[in-house]
Design a protein around this ligand. Structure first.
Ligand SMILES: Cc1cc2nc3c(=O)[nH]c(=O)nc-3n(C[C@H](O)[C@H](O)[C@H](O)COP(=O)(O)OP(=O)(O)OC[C@H]3O[C@@H](n4cnc5c(N)ncnc54)[C@H](O)[C@@H]3O)c2cc1C
Length: 407
């Protein structure tokens, strides 16, 4: 007898787990299977720096992130445990006229979404972040309710609450193909047999284009490396000091265990075809020298704001792939002309912060109801027909990350 279910979710990262949570919560009695070929939340999700930035220039992301904060509280209540979000606030340092203009727009956006935000002076900034040199700053904005989190724990909370509602989570099971019939996806072929489903969601992270390719869809995204470093401990980095965005340096930083976690955009980001990313991400060598070359090539920009940079020992290096798109928008929703198939991917390095909104919207679409969130900027077909495995496309997506100025 072939297995049957209402919803199959391919991929047990934070997107897959969040979708399983919302669908099971809002559709009692329906059956859900979540299939993960390795272990839950162990690819991009566990590697994230996990800035949960709410106030950002891309308005379309904001309601999705607000949803994440809301659902996090609900899950804490349900499980009687804390996610321990670090609500340390975000400092935005503008050191050029162009970035001052961007910051002024950002402060207006904060108001629009009812988020507290105000300017602080250089002395206040220095007290909040003793490692920071603000001499060059022209304006400094502060958003006190911004937070970072433990991304693995957040993903795991979604999975645990989904399991509490009957979602069947299978780890070590790989989806190897789709079962299709004239424009309709009817289920999946797996390493543990075939499963029929009303709806299949492709939440396979940077591997999502491989599955979508089977229905003839070229997902407009590519795996692009994100990397960050964590310094040794120092009194310069109080554990409750805020996150800092330095758009003039294309860098971000936040405290981590008594040290400083920071990232700097490289001039040229490393990109790979989804076909070349190993099934187990731990098999991929992101940098032979733990990013040291990139650090020295780009570190000068950061040293302007972090004078102790060259004296600090680096304790940890973390790298992973995120699915980037040329316009830095997500890739969410239905594939035009295909029934029974939805995509939740193209996270653009913001998947932890938007996970709540991705889970809610995709789960409602999977249930056949209208999406309560606006996904119009995330449509899969917005670039027309593209080849997600072609060299030209891969480099377009990598350029989107190199030009990024936010965290
Ligand atoms: C270094 C780094 C820093 C980051 N910093 C931040 C940050 O500060 N803030 C933020 O919001 N985001 C950040 N991100 C991005 C964030 O980690 C991702 O957006 C998020 O984890 C994406 O989740 P996902 O579920 O789409 O993918 P993943 O977590 O990669 O999960 C996809 C899963 O699908 C599984 N899978 C794939 N194919 C199959 C198949 N055929 N069958 C079964 N299973 C399959 C994989 O094994 C994997 O477990 C960062 C990412 C990196 C790498």
């Amino acid at each position: 007898m072939m297995k049957k279910t209402d919803l199959v979710i391919v991929g047990g990262g934070i997107f897959g787990c969040a979708i399983a949570y919302y669908f099971s919560k809002n559709n009692p009695g329906k059956q859900v299977m979540l299939l993960e070929r390795n272990e839950l939340n162990n690819a991009a999700t566990s590697r994230a720096a996990a800035l949960m930035t709410m106030v950002r220039s891309k308005r379309s992301y904001i309601p999705l992130t607000i949803e994440t904060f809301k659902v996090a509280k609900e899950m804490e209540e349900e499980l009687g445990e804390t996610l321990d979000f670090k609500v340390v606030g975000m400092m935005h340092v503008a050191a050029s006229e162009a970035k001052v203009k961007d910051l002024e727009v950002l402060m207006d956006i904060a108001k629009e979404y009812d988020q507290e935000a105000y300017y602080i002076n250089k002395e206040e900034a220095k007290v909040k972040a003793p490692w920071l040199e603000v001499e060059e700053a022209l304006k400094i904005g502060f958003v006190p309710n911004e937070a970072y989190c433990d991304p693995y724990m957040l993903g795991t909370f979604f999975a645990r609450c989904a399991r509490n509602r009957g979602v069947k989570i299978h780890q070590g099971v790989e989806v190897v193909g789709l079962i299709q019939e004239t424009g309709t996806v009817k289920g999946v072929k797996t390493t543990d047999g075939d499963i029929l489903a009303e709806t299949v969601v492709d939440a396979a992270g940077v591997w999502a284009p491989l599955l979508a390719g089977q229905v003839g869809a070229g997902l407009p995204m590519a795996p692009v490396r994100s990397q960050y470093w964590i310094t040794e401990r120092s009194d310069l980095f109080p554990i409750n000091s805020p996150m800092v965005l330095l758009p003039d340096a294309q860098a971000y930083a936040r405290p981590e265990g008594g040290g400083l976690l920071f990232g700097i955009r490289e001039g040229k980001s490393l990109v790979a075809s989804p076909k070349d990313v190993p099934k187990d991400i731990t098999d991929f060598v992101f940098s032979a020298d733990e990013g040291m070359d990139d650090l020295f090539e780009n570190g000068e920009r950061l040293a302007r704001f972090f004078p102790a940079f060259y004296d600090m020992g680096i304790k940890y290096y973390v790298a992973g792939f995120s699915g980037y798109t040329p316009d830095s928008h997500l890739v969410l929703g239905a594939v035009p002309g295909i029934k029974g198939f939805l995509v939740a991917s193209g996270c653009c390095g913001a998947g932890i912060s938007v996970a709540g909104g991705v889970g809610l919207g995709i789960a409602e679409m999977a249930a056949g109801r209208p999406n309560p969130l606006d996904y119009s900027e995330f449509e899969i077909s917005r670039f027309g027909s593209i080849d997600p495995f072609g060299e030209e496309w891969l480099h377009k997506c990598a350029a989107a990350r190199s030009n990024k100025v936010s965290g």
